[in-house]
Design a protein. Structure first.
Length: 65
């Protein structure tokens, strides 16, 4: 079940990656819902997404808390 939440989170983040503010809001929600090891996986996934969309870089501060 938890893995389904992680996969769903990635789908949502991918769909909102056109808007940095919306992306940051979804990252904050994801951090509240995911397990610690999933947050680390999400960080790696977001880093690869940032290479394509550098404007999303500001959202990394939520993953460092």
């Amino acid at each position: 079940m938890a893995r389904a939440m992680f996969d769903y989170t990635k789908i949502v983040l991918d769909k909102v990656s056109f808007d940095a503010n919306l992306f940051c809001k979804e990252v904050k929600k994801a951090i509240q819902r995911l397990l610690p090891h999933e947050i680390e996986e999400l960080r790696i996934w977001i880093m690869s997404l940032i290479k394509q969309n550098p404007e999303l870089n500001d959202c990394l501060i939520y993953l460092d808390e």
